[in-house]
Design a protein around this ligand. Sequence first.
Ligand code: CA
Ligand code: ZN
Length: 299
Amino acid sequence: MSRLTRETGVIYNFSKEHSPVKTVSPGTTLTIETYDCFTDHIQTEDNVMEQLDWDKVNPATGPVFIEGALPGDILKVKIEKIEVGEQGVMAVVPGLGLMGDTIDKIQAKIMQIKDEKVIFNDIEAPINKMIGVIGVAPEGDPVSCGTPGDHGGNMDNKMVEEGATLYFPVAVEGALFALGDLHAAMGDGEISGSGVEIAGEVTVTLDVIKGEKIEQPMLENDYVFSQIASAETLDEATNQAVSLMVDRIVAKTGLPMSDVTMMMSMVGQTEICQVVNPLKTARFIVPKWYLKDLQITLI
Ligand code: CA
Ligand code: ZN
């Protein structure tokens, strides 16, 4: 199995200008090591200001060039495994997140991960390991690893977990895939602006799909298919996620828009990924049994 160490290279934005640190052929399974979102700089709860380097936030390991991936194709990323370290960190920062107005100074909390639990003030919570930043290079200007978009990036979507498969629209040759910003746990919304930030490693299988097109990332697991969308507001992100899904099902089934809209209002789930990044991210979810009854596959 191939391996990409974090020392090989990290990026702080997704850009077509980056040189790939690794080239793989479709079908490759690759283990990618990651720093936490603070590039592992916050190791204690003291002097957080001095430890924090705002130019080094949300490193993503990569980028990886996938042979044969061309603009208009889809990059398929199966998340085989997520392993996280033994110590995570959360922070609150003035102005950051939904409670940012009430926070007067940066504070950090270091927490241990033991037996699939996060220990916070002696209270144990179950871990839900997930990937905050994952994506491909956009067609236009570079996009900071703090911001999500059509290319993926900082989507902070709790469903990006072990066993999920992500689909990204390829915008540049080779796709230039990268990931980072693992969380040992995070709730929908990521209300403080931080999950349980942690270093770790992710094993993915990378594939290229020709002849299908998507505009924003999609996600599939054993139970559901999901359209993800990021926009200036949560309303707009929700709107985009729902419209893209309805349009896709109309195109695949040939059913009238009115029927599909009613069907999606009946079985579809509109959910929040995050509400704290420069663009907000929503997802719209359709159960697989329903797609099976419709006799379609979305990708
Ligand atoms: Ca994040
Ligand atoms: Zn994070």
